[in-house]
Write a protein that binds this ligand. Structure first.
Ligand code: CTP
Ligand code: C5P
Length: 340
């Protein structure tokens, strides 16, 4: 060998359709196996060929993967079957994937080549979250019955009084998720960095349900207004109060991990008050409070959530330039599923 290689480059690839914290957690583990993480994302055409059309476009999927804080480079249009040529082309030492089998349309393990060459490592899949599970929850929002394979989704809206406090971390409405949150996972996802003296602190708050490209574009813009970005997440009952129906789709614990995985986020407030108070602003030494150009709901007592920062001259609306919403995702999913 010719001297020491400077850094270990790890390769991951996938569809990354409806990116969730399970994907983020696999990328986190992959990154820990080396120095640089390169992620190949398949095109819409390639995914359609092997498992049917994705819900999100390739441009949206590339952007979402780029937004995950452990990702160093994204390779657009990576092939479905991972070859040694691909690893070599991007100077990657090995390929990394979750401990589940991925097959092509012809039933071939997409990693058979890199496995045979000993250039494959496995990471642990995150139990309790998957695209299928999230889609199931979204279909529960509709008032009809849907058949998908053997499964029948029907509306079983149960009003739980323990929303957001339930240690089983079930979706408050559907009880679908088996994901168990631990402080360990939160520590793994967070930077653990405090603001530096003189840092301009930006505060934003919201539901951030089904963390999507609209949120990502908004957080990128918000972060540009300061050095340290704090995201306040409303509790499940608060979100349900202003969104209604079965929202939120993801419970508070899940939303915390999704937001923490975003590279623009410095810190998360787990269960932020709906109305931004002077206390909160003083406590976190907030310089500026930002909201996107989406509607701002008044609370049940008639309070505007940003009245205090507005009076202090510390409130700003920024336009994310992206019109994605959680509701639009649900509409897309329902349309997409009905096509089958
Ligand atoms: N992954 C994971 N934990 C999950 C879901 C996905 O670790 N709960 C990992 C997969 O093992 C893979 C990577 O995320 O290494 C991206 O794979 P992709 O093809 O996008 O994901 P799917 O396995 O299709 O994800 P899902 O089941 O949610 O559709
Ligand atoms: O709707 P939600 O509470 O999740 O939004 C969180 C923040 O993201 C809000 O400030 C909202 O205005 C912003 N946002 C945005 N562009 C989108 C979606 C959300 O600026 N497409």
């Amino acid at each position: 060998e010719n001297g020491h290689k400077q850094e270990i480059r790890v390769w991951c690839d996938g569809c990354y359709d409806m990116v969730h914290f399970g994907h983020a957690n696999s990328l986190r583990q992959a990154k820990a196996l080396g120095d640089k993480l390169i992620v190949g994302v398949h095109t819409d055409e390639e995914i359609t060929k092997h498992k049917g059309p994705p819900v999100f476009t390739q441009e949206e999927r590339y952007k979402m993967v780029r937004g995950i804080k452990w990702v160093d480079e994204v390779v657009e249009g990576a092939p479905y079957v991972t070859t040694l040529e691909t690893l070599d082309k991007y100077d990657c030492d090995f390929c990394c994937h979750g401990d589940d089998i991925t097959m092509t349309a012809d039933g071939i393990d997409t990693y058979h080549l890199v496995k045979a060459a000993g250039r494959y490592k496995e990471v642990q899949r995150t139990a309790g979250v998957s695209t299928t599970d999230l889609v199931g929850r979204m279909l529960l929002l509709t008032r009809q019955h849907f058949r998908q394979g053997k499964f029948e989704y029907d509306v079983a809206k149960e009003h739980s009084s323990t929303m957001g406090q339930d240690s089983s971390a079930r979706s408050p409405w559907t009880g679908c998720s088996q994901f168990l949150p631990t402080t360990q996972k939160i520590i793994q996802f967070s930077d653990g960095k405090s603001p530096k003296p003189g840092d301009k602190i930006v505060y934003v708050a919201g539901a951030f349900d089904l963390f999507h490209v609209g949120h990502l574009d908004f957080l990128e813009k918000a972060r540009q207004h300061g050095d340290y970005l704090i995201v306040g997440l409303h509790t499940d009952p608060v979100v349900n109060k202003y969104r209604g129906s079965n929202y939120p789709i993801m419970n508070l614990h899940e939303r915390v991990l999704s937001v923490l995985a975003c590279k623009y986020v410095s810190e998360v407030v787990i269960g932020a008050p709906y109305v931004v108070t002077k206390d909160l602003m003083d406590h976190f030494k907030v310089d500026i409070v930002i909201h996107g150009s989406t509607e701002i709901a008044i609370d049940e007592s008639g309070n505007h959530p940003y009245e205090v920062p507005m009076q202090l001259g510390k409130f700003l609306v920024v336009d994310s330039g992206n019109d994605m919403t959680t509701e639009k995702i649900v509409e897309r999913i329902i349309r997409n599923r009905l096509e089958f």
